[in-house]
Structures are given as structure tokens and as C-alpha cells.
Ligand binder design. Structure first.
Ligand code: 5GP
Ligand code: ZN
Length: 112
């Protein structure tokens, strides 16, 4: 299912043009519009799920993580931070599940 009001549905399905980084039939990776690191890419399913809480398809869960791995591999990254924000107080602002891949600088732990 797509959500016609969802910005990441529009991006993942080509309705809003962005610079693609990696994709297959189920997963799309593209550059974050407001990068917080020299490399900042988002990895989303082409189908709409608001967050991990709504996603029960284990195969798609695996596809997403594989998308993270293959995107990082395509970018030639050795070290990178992967983030999955779930819910407003965890920092989620776009309610279409997405992994962040960030790289190109040092990261601190714990994150803010
Ligand atoms: P969240 O805060 O939900 O974990 O992450 C949402 C991310 O989506 C933010 O890093 C924000 O910069 C990015 N973002 C929001 N709207 C757009 C957009 O229209 N295009 C792109 N490329 N990134 C977006
Ligand atoms: Zn969506």
C-alpha cells in the first residue's frame, strides 16, 4: 500500500525526483535533504509503513537491512552509523519507516 500524502512514498515511487543512491524492487535509498554528516542517506521500503511498529513482514525487514548494507557497500563506506528512529520522542519526523546511513565524520555514543 502507498499513502498518497506521504513524502517518502512519493520519493520511493518516483513521483518526486531525487538523486537515487541504490534501489531494488522493494527498497530505495536516496540522499537526505538536510544532511547531518558528509554522507547521509535514507533507506526506505517502496511500500508504506509508518514505522517498525507497523511492519510485520520479516522478509521486508530483511530486505531493508540488506538495502542498508548494499547501499553502504555501493558508497564504499567502511564505518558508518545506522539509525532507525521510532516515534516522535525518539526523533522520528517522517512517518514512513527509514534507516539513516551516516558517515564521513566521527560519531559519539550515546547519541543525543
Ligand atoms: P527522522 O527524523 O524521521 O528520523 O528523519 C527524517 C529525515 O528525512 C530527516 O533527516 C530529513 O532531513 C529528511 N527529509 C525530510 N523530508 C525530506 C525530503 O523531502 N527529501 C529528502 N531527501 N529528505 C527529507
Ligand atoms: Zn509512505
Amino acid at each position: 500500500m502507498k499513502d498518497k500524502n506521504c513524502i517518502f512514498c512519493k520519493i520511493a515511487n518516483g513521483d518526486i525526483p531525487v538523486e537515487p543512491v541504490w534501489e531494488n524492487d522493494k527498497v530505495f535509498a536516496f540522499k537526505d535533504a538536510n544532511p547531518q554528516a558528509p554522507v547521509h542517506v535514507l533507506v526506505v521500503p517502496k511500500e508504506h509503513y509508518a514505522s517498525i511498529k507497523e511492519l510485520d513482514d520479516k522478509e521486508l525487514m530483511g530486505e531493508l537491512l540488506n538495502g542498508v548494507k548494499l547501499t553502504a557497500q555501493k558508497l564504499g563506506l567502511s564505518d558508518y552509523r545506522t539509525i532507525l528512529n521510532t516515534g516522535e520522542s525518539a526523533g522520528q519526523t517522517v512517518f514512513h519507516i527509514h534507516f539513516h546511513i551516516m558517515a564521513g565524520r566521527d560519531f559519539t555514543w550515546p547519541p543525543g
